[in-house]
Structures are given as structure tokens and as C-alpha cells.
Design a protein around this ligand. Structure first.
Ligand code: PMV
Length: 315
């Protein structure tokens, strides 16, 4: 059996995080400049059934059987084997690597799951289709995120901009005109699970206030869809700014995020907001392509650990 590898991109949420968990629409885009990769090779000397997983960046170098149920990489390998009905697969090695920052709201967990599901199933001769990959990656997300909306696994599996509503099939955006986003990392890693749980507790304490804010975010996502699909990109900036303000009211922003959002706007970005679970992680700024260096420099001066430029197009 020849070696097989698969990769999956990162993602950013253009509009709609948190509200999407409560059934409102959101827009997510793939970030092709960063990716997770899984490479599967035959383990020639090992007995059948032996699966070895190596992920040097997170210190994993172990047999599948030695990894706990809760380990997300092991869960993805087990999910692929189970989907194929294989209890004793031929011996194999799975090597995982990623350039997506961990716990930064760029979908590193879902991308690793998608890459593993694809590489392991293809290596074993039965590549899972996108629908299967997305559904299994969602189950793995549930192990770690509690109540994920499903937006991460969907945009990462299909690697296309989507208008996402929880529980509904993917609805791809018709991007009329490509646009440029700059992603800047605060360097503060925060598990999405905690931010989602905090919003849930606040919603339970005051449902009318939070439902109003979620509905406002959903409206912004609908307006952003028409801006993207009509090519009126300049309309998108103010929608992102408005989304950030509501995320501040949801108390998922932080001084570091607010500082980067302000720096991006001052340097000429058309709009900026936090992206993902918040309380740390990344911001997203909409920029004219010829201003991306200027805005990137301003973000680095304001404390960004790193920046990524990405173009959103149909694919
Ligand atoms: O994984 P993150 O940090 O990009 O967050 C995903 C977006 C949330 O709406 C906060 C959670 C979810 O499951 O949709």
C-alpha cells in the first residue's frame, strides 16, 4: 500500500460566532495559508492491527491502544477505522503536523480531524466522502467543545466560503469579487469551550438580552452574505465592526483583541473584529490588497504575534 497524505485548511469566521450556536446564520471562510496534514505509511515490521500515531508538535508518539478515548487524534483514527468497519487494519503509521495555531480560533482541531479521516480512509482503500468526513469531524468536535455549532468541521471539510446554519446542509457562498483578509494573533490561547460556556451561562441568566444580541448578529450575517454575493465588499467592513461591538457586549472580547481591532482600523482596514471563540485568539481585518503590509505592520506594532494574509474567493 503506497503512502497517502491529506491536508485541510484553517478557517476564520467572518460574521456570526457564538450566535451560530443558537441557530442564527454565520459566515466562515477557509484560510488556505495554514493547514493540517496527516501522512499515513505502512508499518512494514509491525503486526496487523498496530497503529502508531506521531505528532511531534504536541509531543505524541504512541500506539493507538495506549492513547485515551479523549485524545482527539486517536479519536479521529478510531472514527475512520470504525466507519470502514475495520477492527484489525494493516499495520500503519499516522504522522500529523499542522501550521494552524492551536486554540486560536482558526479551527486547528477540526482541520487535524479532517486530515486524519481522509488520509487513513484513503490509505485503506475506501476514501470517506465529504459528508462522512464532516459528520465524523463534528462528532470529534463534540468530545472537546461541548456544544459546537458544526461550522468549523463544515467549512474545513469543504474548504469553501459558507453561509452556515446549525443542522442544515452546507450553503456555499457565491463570492462575486475576491477580497483580502488579514488575521492577527493576540498570542493569548483560549479554549473555545470556555468562551462558549460563559456565553451560555450569561444567556441563561438573561435570555431576552442575549437573544436580542444573537438575532442582531444573525442579521449582520444575512447582510454580509448579500455584500459578498453582489461584490459590494466595502459594505462588509462596517458589518464586521458592528459584529465586533456586539461580541464586546457578549463579553467575549478582551483588551488584547480590542487593541488589535483598533490598530487595524486606525491603519486603514475597512473593518475588523475578533474571530472565533474570543477572549484571546485572533482578529480578522478586511483590507484593500495594497494596504495589507501597512495594516500588518501596525498590527505587529500593537502586539500581534504573527499575521496571515488570505484571499477569499469562490474556492
Ligand atoms: O473554534 P473557534 O474558536 O473558531 O469557535 C467557533 C465559533 C463558536 O461560534 C464560538 C463556537 C461554535 O461551535 O460555533
Amino acid at each position: 500500500m503506497p503512502a497517502i497524505s491529506a491536508s485541510a485548511p484553517g478557517k476564520a469566521i467572518l460574521i456570526g460566532e457564538h450566535a451560530v450556536v443558537y441557530g442564527h446564520p454565520a459566515i466562515a471562510v477557509p484560510v488556505h495559508g495554514v493547514s493540517a496534514r496527516a501522512a499515513v505509511t505502512p508499518a512494514i515490521k509491525a503486526p496487523p492491527g498496530e497503529v502508531h500515531i506521531e505528532a511531534a508538535q504536541i509531543g505524541i508518539d504512541a500506539d493507538l491502544g495506549a492513547l485515551p478515548e479523549s485524545d482527539p487524534l486517536a479519536a479521529a483514527v478510531r472514527a475512520a477505522l470504525q466507519a470502514l468497519g475495520l477492527i484489525r487494519p494493516p499495520a500503519l503509521n499516522v504522522r500529523v503536523s499542522s501550521t494552524i495555531p492551536i486554540a486560536g480560533g482558526l479551527g486547528s482541531g477540526a482541520a487535524v480531524s479532517v486530515a486524519i479521516l481522509r488520509a487513513v480512509s484513503a490509505f485503506l482503500g475506501h476514501p470517506l466522502n465529504d459528508e462522512q468526513v464532516s459528520a465524523l469531524a463534528f462528532e470529534i468536535e463534540q468530545l472537546h467543545h461541548g456544544t459546537p455549532s458544526g461550522i468549523d468541521n463544515t467549512v474545513i471539510t469543504y474548504a469553501r466560503p459558507i453561509f452556515f446554519v446549525k443542522g442544515q446542509p452546507p450553503d456555499f457562498l457565491q463570492v462575486a469579487k475576491p477580497f483580502t483578509l488579514l488575521i492577527a494573533d493576540t498570542g493569548v490561547a483560549t479554549p473555545t469551550r470556555e468562551a462558549v460556556a460563559a456565553v451560555r451561562a450569561a444567556w441563561q441568566a438573561n435570555p431576552p438580552r442575549y437573544e436580542r444580541l444573537f438575532a442582531q448578529i444573525g442579521d449582520l450575517a444575512i447582510q454580509a452574505r448579500s455584500a459578498v454575493e453582489s461584490g459590494d465588499i466595502e459594505l462588509l467592513g462596517p458589518l464586521m465592526d458592528a459584529n465586533h461591538e456586539i461580541l464586546q457586549q457578549l463579553e467575549v472580547s478582551s483588551p488584547e483583541l480590542d487593541k488589535l481591532v483598533a490598530a487595524a482600523s486606525q491603519a486603514g482596514a475597512l473593518g475588523a473584529k475578533l474571530s472565533g471563540g474570543g477572549r484571546g485568539g485572533n482578529i480578522l481585518a478586511l483590507v484593500e490588497p495594497d494596504r495589507s503590509n501597512t495594516v500588518s505592520d501596525a498590527l505587529q506594532s500593537a502586539g500581534a504575534l504573527s499575521t496571515i494574509v488570505t484571499t477569499v474567493d469562490k474556492k
